[in-house]
Design a protein around this ligand. Sequence first.
Ligand code: OOG
Ligand code: MG
Length: 262
Amino acid sequence: MKLDQATILSLAEHLESAELQARDVTKITDDHPDMDWDDAYAIQDEIRRRKEARGNKVAGLKCGLTSFAKMKQMGVDVPVFGFVADYMARPDGGDIKHSELIHPKVEAEICIVTKAPLKGPGCHVGAVMAAVDFVLPAVEVIDSRYRDFKFDLKSVIADNTSSSRFVVGNTMRDLEGLDLRTLGVVMEINGEIKAMAAGAAVLGHPLTAVAMLANHLGARGQEIPAGTFIMTGGVTEAITVNPGDHVNVRFQDLGSVSMRFV
Ligand code: OOG
Ligand code: MG
């Protein structure tokens, strides 16, 4: 750790206030170029603590920057991990208020719920397969608090990996009988196809992202509990949305997820 506790607390307050007030800020590494990975996750943990102290619940864990399309779009090369909170959830087919956000983008994600704990180090895709209760689709709305969505990895980790809203689909499927690598995803905005991909876009297999998450947490003495909702990361690049836009994502075998930005 390079930052002292007071700086971690004040950066968490700074970034969380930017989220809650829908204001953009400059990336924190501009002022703290020496901060390290532990500092970045400590700031995210403090944001989580602030939300829980206010009565919000963690609704799930997320992997980010897990597809080549996303890494290329954001100019980075390693995945990041964060969380989504209960107040960020919106129903399938519902409205999302654009004015509550800074510059939202949507991305399509293959998600799971676990039925057994997962603990690294040494967690691999087979262990994850054994722990999957069911698979379901989601659309994540990311909204980096950083000006023009420009950041580096430490800044985005501290900013809870741009989490802001998410919409989970209503189709659940057993993992058995699904090939998550060839599962196709088509993203439409106002009826026009904007992006498409298959599950293998996420690290060759989306459950690899979950194994990485378990190993990441294991290195910090934590595990993924049974019953955890996990988002494996956008399969395509994220697409900017504007007020009035209708988003519909078709997932092969998993139904569609839709929302309107108002
Ligand atoms: C970081 C969050 C990335 C994903 O699925 O790749 C993410 C960002 O791109 O702002 O959630
Ligand atoms: Mg995401």
